[in-house]
Design a protein around this ligand. Structure first.
Ligand SMILES: C[S@@+](CC[C@H](N)C(=O)[O-])C[C@H]1O[C@@H](n2cnc3c(N)ncnc32)[C@H](O)[C@@H]1O
Length: 367
């Protein structure tokens, strides 16, 4: 595996090392950052997307290995762990066809999109880490009548792991989003489960809590001091639509002349949440890789006439305000930034997973 130059900025150097983490499908590092903030030694991330490299390395002080996971061997991963530390292997396989699989055209095969989960299972078998964590979309639990997930979990049990798995509401862990995710935790060093929720439903963090402090910008504009606080341009008709949009309402409440043709057909009536505005005092909808587009979901800003900016999306994903996604002089693409941000495990959920791991390593006691 080629060595990647990297450095550990002092602010990220872990003072107490609770265990070493290798993150497979690491993306821009949402999950890794949760582990870093909880005092783990994040050793490396593996991902195929070159756009995530800077964010991963710069904010986590860890190596970014740009490689297709299907080509990664267990011994390469084992070599990334430090001697004498508990070994934690985490991985959030993508739920859409991507990379080599899509390039080879195998996305036409209905099972292709879950193949990477199998690659992660293979790495677990080869590496035999002390603790494993996996996060994915809840629909993984229903794929093939639940057989795929069952096979993954049974594989872990047969290999001697205690396994915990549940669909989790990220809002209950301080993420200002209505985001449900399937979390799997597995341990060979004692029982494991996710730490209890930190937020009751009447105290969920809201859009206001996350983004109210940012300077106002217009559609198509970027803030001078933060290139990521940039909102997509809107066409004249979309500007008219967002002016008509009110938080909590849908396009059904607009003047019919503004309603898109596709929504006027009976087949389009299901897409109620597109062209919507977020509400200040509720969690945001699930932030996706398309979250910078007003027409892609309820991604309108609560009061400014634009979609949310990339920085706002990152804050709703609980990335710290200082999280750097690109080098100051780097040429980057909005679509790549939206992909890195929307794909991420929210950092706050990553912290909850890391706390759960720490608790197990501590013999089940508080951390
Ligand atoms: C759900 S995202 C992971 C997000 C990440 N855990 C985080 O918290 O930011 C899935 C990642 O898998 C990566 N990926 C897709 N196919 C891959 C492959 N064949 N090998 C390695 N990485 C791949 C994508 O680039 C994407 O970053």
């Amino acid at each position: 595996m080629p060595a990647t130059p990297f450095f550990i900025p002092a602010k990220h150097a872990p003072t107490r090392k609770r265990g070493a983490v290798v993150d497979v499908f690491c993306g821009a590092g949402g999950l890794s950052h949760g582990f870093l903030l909880e005092g783990f030694d994040v050793r490396a991330g593996i991902d195929i997307d070159s756009a995530c490299r800077h964010a991963y390395e710069c904010n986590n002080g860890a190596r970014y290995i740009e490689k297709d996971v299907a080509d990664v061997r267990g011994e390469e991963v084992s070599a990334l762990f430090a001697e004498g530390q508990p070994r934690i292997l985490v991985g959030c396989a993508p739920c859409q066809p991507f990379s080599s699989y899509s390039r080879k055209g195998s996305q036409k095969h209905p099972d292709a999109k879950w193949k990477l989960l199998g690659e992660f299972g293979r790495l677990v078998k080869e590496v035999q880490p002390d603790i494993v964590s996996m996060e994915n979309v809840p629909r993984l639990a229903n794929f093939h009548g639940g057989e795929l997930l069952k096979a993954f979990l049974c594989g872990l049990q047969k290999a001697g792991y205690a396994v915990w798995s549940q669909v989790v509401d990220c809002a209950a862990y301080g993420v200002p989003q209505t985001r449900l995710r399937l979390v799997v935790l597995a341990s060979r060093v004692g029982a494991i489960e996710l730490v209890p929720p930190t937020h009751k439903c009447d105290r969920y963090r809201t859009v206001r809590d996350a983004i109210a402090g940012l300077p106002p910008i217009s559609a198509g504009e970027a803030a001078q001091d933060d290139p990521l606080h940039r909102a997509s341009r809107l066409s004249a008709v979309n500007l008219a639509r967002i002016r008509a949009a009110r938080p909590g309402q849908t396009w059904r409440d607009w003047d019919p002349r503004l309603v898109a043709k596709c929504h006027q057909k009976s087949t389009g009536r299901w897409y109620q949440s597109v062209y919507g505005r977020m509400s200040w005092d509720a969690p945001a909808p699930t932030i996706t890789t398309q979250c910078n587009g007003f027409g892609n979901g309820r991604f309108g800003h609560p009061e400014q006439n634009r979609a949310i900016s990339l920085r706002e999306a990152a804050l709703l994903q609980t990335f710290p305000r200082s999280y750097e996604f690109f080098q100051p002089d780097e040429r980057w693409f909005v679509s790549a930034a939206a992909r890195c941000i929307g794909n991420a495990v929210p950092v706050a959920l990553g912290r909850a997973v890391a706390q759960s791991v720490a608790r197990t390593l501590n013999g089940g006691r508080g951390v």
